[in-house]
Design a binder for this molecule. Structure first.
Ligand SMILES: Cc1ncc(COP(=O)(O)O)c(C=O)c1O
Length: 468
């Protein structure tokens, strides 16, 4: 339990033991000390407050008499079940952050859920062994500050991986380990010190990117996406003076299209001629279910305008909260300073574990296995769908089920949730609602099991009901 903090009035009329008792009682009644929490030992609390152990004992005995705590001998003294007199948090304060993105952080991924890897395909035993080894190693190391850019061993492995798998040649010094894509985006916005507050984003595009820009005080300029990816010419027409463009070139999120070579060149040319920057969000890396993954956009960047961001959220686990950014060499020192000052890399054991996973080719093998598994899942779903729905495309690790323009995809997704299904509505991915296409994204990562057919029929029935 965290250390209790309260100030004692040593000149006051109330005894010290009574002051201690009433502070702890208030904390319990107000719900700050939860049921089952262990109180500090007499000795620790006496030393912390500079009073005798006897004083603490008297306070604890009174709390026991009031049935606020339960003494359990050598195990310690524990808070008992008490109904708090003041609600701990109000209903308004209980909403999750970014509720359109995070509806439920406690339950297991549901059928059709997008954005999470396969539960069944995850190599739990192997990963647990590596993590255990790396945790031991991290704990045994001298107690010095780690490199704020992330462990060199991991940055070197990432550089080697990017050269082989994403055609991107860089040195470990250009790489910063981050708290996933979101962490890298925050760091990049600090790092670039943009003169222009305008930023091109894909429309439709990843809602978190929109939130991040708005929270950081930027103006998102939604640029339409067609079958060649972001329409760069429209971006130029809308705001040639933007300071930054954020794109998902390899597999557009959510539509899955690749940014064509012409568009890549147009985007790089815009950046070169306007001193603009480009963030390449490579969230799926080479985890592509059809065709070949295209090389990273950053591999074509000869002017040092692209910041490439990768994440292990989709390829290993979102619970790692681990990603990385590759900055042009001209920015690497400033990026290191910015990381050190604002967002140093954390979670040393996970960094070491991912380095080991990459080093021994487990990562490449794991990605290959996941690809095979996801293709099987996708094909099983396609077979069920038959010709009754128009599957417009394979959208990353999802199938996009298009709906009529007047369909309420948000309501259908909410209704599906009651059946433990989690398709994602397409329309919230659009910044410009007037242009929003309606549809459902059906994640294929967790589609195994005999329930698939039944669940799919349930979803179909729900869609039909909403059409009436
Ligand atoms: C387009 C896009 N980028 C990045 C991410 C991953 O973000 P993070 O690394 O913060 O988990 C996601 C996750 O769903 C995504 O859809």
């Amino acid at each position: 339990m965290s250390i209790l903090r309260f100030s004692l009035d040593r000149q006051g009329t109330q005894s010290l033991s009574e002051q201690i008792r009433s502070s702890i009682a208030d904390a319990i009644r107000q719900g700050h000390l939860y049921e089952g929490a262990r109180l500090p030992s007499w000795r620790d609390l006496a030393a912390q407050l500079g009073v005798s152990r006897g004083t603490i004992k008297i306070a604890y005995d009174r709390l026991t008499d009031d049935q606020l705590v339960i003494p359990k001998g050598a195990a310690g003294t524990f808070v008992s079940a008490v109904l708090p007199t003041v609600p701990k948090v109000t209903a308004g304060a209980m909403r999750l952050p970014l509720p359109d993105l995070y509806q439920d952080l406690d339950s297991e991924p549901k059928l059709f859920q997008v954005g999470v890897p396969s539960q069944d395909g995850f190599p739990f035993k192997h990963w647990a062994r590596i993590m255990l080894r790396c945790t031991r190693q991290a704990v045994a190391e001298p107690l010095r500050y780690p490199d704020p850019r992330g462990e060199r061993v991991l940055r070197k492995e990432i550089a080697a991986y990017l050269a082989v798998s994403r055609g991107l040649l860089c040195s470990a010094d250009q790489i910063i380990i981050t708290n996933g894509y979101a962490g890298a985006l925050g760091l990049t916005l600090h790092l670039l010190r943009l003169d222009s507050r305008k930023v091109w984003i894909e429309d439709p595009g990843y809602p978190l990117t929109r939130h991040s820009l708005s929270l950081a005080g930027y103006t998102a300029i939604p640029v339409p996406v067609d079958d060649q990816g972001m329409c760069v010419a429209q971006g130029i027409a809308l705001a040639a003076d933007a300071g930054l463009a954020i794109v998902t070139p390899s597999q557009q999120a959510p539509l899955g299209v690749q940014l064509s070579l012409d568009r890549r060149q147009a985007l790089l040319m815009w950046a070169r001629e306007n001193a603009g920057w480009i963030i390449e969000d490579d969230y799926l890396s080479e985890l592509q279910l059809s065709g070949q993954a295209t090389p990273a956009l950053a591999s074509l960047d000869h002017d040092g305008r692209v910041i490439h961001i990768g994440t292990f959220s989709k390829t290993i686990s979102p619970r790692l909260r681990l990603g990385f950014m590759v900055v042009p060499a001209s920015l690497s020192e400033r990026a290191g300073d910015t990381a050190a000052a604002l967002s140093p890399a954390s979670a040393l054991p996970s960094q070491l574990a991912v380095a080991e996973f990459l080093r021994d080719s487990h990562y490449l093998r794991h990605i290959r296995r996941m690809k095979r598994l996801y293709i099987q899942h996708r094909d099983a779903l396609l077979a069920l769908m038959g010709p009754s729905f128009s599957v417009n495309d394979i959208a990353g690790l999802s199938l996009l089920l298009s709906l009529d323009d007047d369909a309420d995809d948000i309501a259908i997704a909410a209704a599906a949730n009651a059946f433990n299904l989690a398709p994602a509505p397409l329309s919230p991915w659009y910044a410009t609602q007037a242009n929003a296409r309606k549809g459902l994204l059906l994640g294929v990562t967790n589609l195994s099991g005999p329930a698939l057919e039944e669940s799919y029929q349930q979803l179909k029935a729900l869609i039909a009901r909403h059409r009436q």
